[in-house]
Design a protein around this ligand. Sequence first.
Ligand SMILES: [Zn+2]
Length: 124
Amino acid sequence: MKTKIFCSVCEVSFVYKDSLAVEDSVICPVCGARLQIIKLDPEVEAIRFPQKPEDEILERIENYARIKGYVFNENKQEVVDGMLEKNNKYGDFYCPCRFDNIKENVCPCRETRMNQGRKEGRCL
Ligand SMILES: [Zn+2]
């Protein structure tokens, strides 16, 4: 069975090939976010998996790094702390290196998802 799932974090749909049930969780292959299935009919609906902010962003960046084959440098915790601070202030994990707190700068930011990191060897 092939199912199309929309990721509300990176705003991209992806195809999921295994069977699904309500309350299952899946990892977005584009951004690494964990999503929880809340509805199957008539269309699959998924939300961010409910978890503590620190757990959510750590899991997301670790999933993303694994998917892309990236490694963290020594600034990992500093960047995570910056994202947690932005999440507290602005309601989402905006990149702490970017000025604008807009959807495309939610980690992993759009530029990174568009493989900019491959060219520059880092996420920003
Ligand atoms: Zn996603």
